[in-house]
Design a protein around this ligand. Structure first.
Ligand SMILES: *Cc1c(COP(=O)(O)O)cnc(C)c1O
Length: 453
């Protein structure tokens, strides 16, 4: 397959791959892509794949949206780049901040821009460290997150991420604490009801705060639905149980909406779908429909006022990226928000979500599917060796990788995550394309389950 001059060979010769199973690449070669059409991507050999992962959750308007391309081209022609330092910023940046506060659940607020979700979480942590120190609590620095959470890859956001693979970097850093993942099907104890499970997690939070001291905890970060942890919606009543505890101890709650934000769960924000009010929101991925690398910290009114006062006291907030608030990124984000909210994309998610769930429910009747879970346009199927005992397949069988690789051979891109397969297609998906997704997935499941039986 890998002739010296092939795209595949050249990719392997010169690229250091991130988050990639290298034995699979050596065996199967790299999928080198040239372009996309709607929810499909096309490789250098002309093969088409239905991308049921929207790239990496982010290409929600598909891969060739005309309006977004035109918005980018027009802004490149008008003002192709600028920063947001020294009291200068582009008009597009002003308009986007205004828009983000308008569509946020906050009545007032302030926005800070980054180039990625990781940097936005990193920035939020620095804002909290700065704020608490200015308010006379320099020791209020610890960060609470959950096991299986994904908050990014910078040294700080990787420390927030609750995944064992970060141990290869000697992470997490000190002061990053991980609480139980709110996945009832997997972590509920024998005989424990979902309500009891949630109460146990609330007690764990209260005990952790008591043990560490509320004055040492800077903030609590959570995704509404855990994305890269395997699409894990919160156990019922989870956020309603933990929010009062955080409030009581004056610990800010930050909703990491990098995946859930802008319609993925059916409403504009995941915190609206799960009915809680955070103190700040982290946005990226869907913010530009994947057409520009950009992240944003959206501070709600109370936090915004406190941070503003802290900044006034020292006259300057010493933080920012060269491309923070990039005018092209902002112009694209303004268009992307309009496209998702006003061109029927969010409506399509809500219209097709029940059909999505029906399809998964049917597949979950298979003997080797333990659970289907999700909301809106983000779902997962979890494979098991034994349905009754929830026993996973032996790790060396790499069942989810085999399912995903078989799907790729059939022209469907989906992602293996642990023992699960993740489906999070672009919001423009049609009924026919959804049927195609389920047909190919079912073929792959049947083939792989027969192989590993
Ligand atoms: C992807 C993701 C991030 C990190 O964003 P990058 O742009 O990859 O740095 C942070 N939080 C969540 C919930 C994510 O899904």
């Amino acid at each position: 397959m890998n002739q010296p001059q092939s795209w595949e060979a050249r990719a392997e010769e010169y690229s250091l791959y991130g988050f990639t199973d290298m034995p699979s690449v050596h065996q199967r070669g790299t999928v080198v892509l040239t372009h996309g059409e709607g929810p499909y991507v096309v490789d250098v050999h002309g093969r088409r794949y239905l991308d049921a992962n929207s790239g990496l959750w982010n290409m929600v308007a598909g891969f060739d949206h005309k309006g977004l391309i035109e918005a980018a081209q027009a802004q490149y022609a008008r003002f192709p780049g600028y920063h947001s330092f020294f009291g200068r910023m582009s008009d597009q940046t002003v308009m986007l901040s205004e828009k983000l506060v308008e569509v946020s659940p906050f009545s007032t607020g302030k926005v800070f821009y980054t180039n990625s979700g990781s940097e936005a979480n990193d920035t939020m942590v620095k804002i909290l460290w700065f704020l608490h120190a200015q308010e006379g609590k320099p020791q209020k620095r610890k960060i609470l997150t959950r096991w299986n959470a994904y908050h990014g890859v910078t040294a700080v956001s990787a420390s927030m991420t609750g995944k064992p693979y970060n141990s290869v970097f000697g992470l997490p850093l000190d002061g990053f604490l991980h609480l139980t993942c709110p996945h009832y099907w997997r972590f509920g104890a024998a005989g424990e009801t979902e309500e009891q499970f949630v109460q146990r997690l609330a007690r764990e939070l209260e005990d952790t705060i008591t043990r560490e001291g509320a004055d040492t905890i800077a903030g609590f970060f959570a995704e509404p639905v855990m994305g890269a942890g395997g699409v894990i919606p919160p156990a019922k009543g989870y956020f309603q149980a933990i929010l009062p505890i955080l409030r009581k101890h004056d610990i800010p709650m930050i909703s990491d909406e990098v995946i859930c934000g802008f319609g993925r769960t059916g409403q504009t924000w995941g915190c609206q779908t799960y009915d809680y009010m955070p103190d700040a929101i982290i946005s990226s991925k869907n913010l530009t429909a994947g057409f520009f690398p950009m992240g944003a910290v959206i501070l709600g009114g109370d936090l915004a006022h406190r941070v503003e006062a802290a900044v006034e006291a020292i006259e300057e907030f010493p933080h920012g990226f060269t491309a923070s608030g990039h005018p092209v990124g902002c112009a694209i984000a303004l268009k992307a928000i309009d496209v998702v909210m006003n061109e029927g994309l969010a409506d399509n998610v809500n219209r097709l979500a029940p059909r999505f769930e029906d399809g998964l429910k049917r597949l979950a009747e298979k003997e080797n599917i333990g659970e289907y879970r999700g909301v809106g346009f983000m779902w997962a199927l979890e494979a098991v060796r034994d349905k009754a005992t929830k026993t996973p397949f032996e790790g060396n069988l790499s069942v989810s990788e085999r399912i995903a690789n078989t799907c790729t051979d059939l022209g469907l891109i989906c992602r293996p995550l642990g023992q699960s397969v993740v489906l999070c297609p672009p919001f423009i998906l049609t009924e026919g394309q959804m049927d195609e997704m389920f047909e190919k997935l079912e073929q792959a499941l049947d083939k792989v389950f027969a192989e590993v039986a």
